[in-house]
Ligand binder design. Structure first.
Ligand SMILES: Nc1ncnc2c1ncn2[C@@H]1O[C@H](COP(=O)(O)OP(=O)(O)OP(=O)(O)O)[C@@H](O)[C@H]1O
Ligand SMILES: [Mg+2]
Length: 151
C-alpha cells in the first residue's frame, strides 16, 4: 500500500469487507489510527480486520474496557494478535500511558485505535491513519493513508 486510498461504502457489510481486504496489507507492528465521528463505521471496519487476520473473539465497542485483545489459536505467520483500543473514554494521553497500554502497541501484533485523533501524541505514532466520514444514512467515505517511509 502506498500513499492514500479513498473508498466509498454503501452498507456495513461493505465496510467490513473493506476491513478484511485491508488486513492483508498489514505489516507486523502496524499501529492503525481510526478517526471519525460516532457511528461512522470504525468498529464495523475493525470487525473485518479481525476476520481477515483470523483472530478469535467478538469485536464490539470496547467502551468500558479500553482494550480488547484478540488472538489466533495457532501461530500462523508473524501477526497473531490484534489489539482493539478505544480512546473515547480516556481523559488524557497520560491515562493511556499510566494504564500500560503503550506496551501493547509496540510489539509484533497489530493495534487499531478508535478515536486516535483525541491525543496528538498518539496519532503521531500511528503507521496508518484511516478517516471515516458519514456521507448519508448508509454511505461512508473511508480514506486510508500509510504514513512516512516507503512502505
Ligand atoms: N456503509 C456503512 N459502513 C459502516 N456502517 C454503516 C454503514 N451504513 C450504515 N452503517 C451503520 O452505522 C453504524 C456504524 O457503527 P460503528 O459502531 O461501526 O461506528 P463507530 O465509528 O465505531 O462509532 P463509535 O465512535 O460510537 O465507536 C452501524 O449502526 C452500522 O449499521
Ligand atoms: Mg466504535
Amino acid at each position: 500500500m502506498k500513499g492514500r486510498e479513498t473508498h466509498t461504502t454503501h452498507s456495513p457489510e461493505e465496510t467490513e469487507a473493506l476491513g478484511w481486504e485491508f488486513s492483508r496489507k498489514l505489516l507486523p507492528g502496524d499501529i492503525v489510527g481510526l478517526v471519525g465521528e460516532l457511528g461512522s463505521g470504525k468498529t464495523c471496519f475493525v470487525r473485518g480486520v479481525a476476520k481477515g487476520l483470523g483472530v478469535r473473539g467478538n469485536v464490539k465497542s470496547p467502551s468500558f474496557t479500553i482494550i480488547n485483545i484478540l488472538e489466533r489459536e495457532e501461530r500462523r505467520g508473524e501477526i497473531n494478535r490484534l489489539h482493539h483500543i478505544d480512546l473515547y473514554r480516556i481523559r488524557s494521553a497520560d491515562d493511556f500511558y499510566d494504564a500500560g497500554l503503550e506496551e501493547y502497541i509496540y510489539g509484533k501484533g497489530i493495534s487499531v485505535i478508535e478515536w486516535a485523533d483525541k491525543f496528538p501524541e498518539l496519532l503521531e505514532v500511528c503507521t496508518i491513519v484511516i478517516r471515516f466520514s458519514y456521507m448519508g444514512e448508509k454511505v461512508r467515505e473511508i480514506v486510508i493513508q500509510r504514513r512516512g517511509g516507503s512502505a
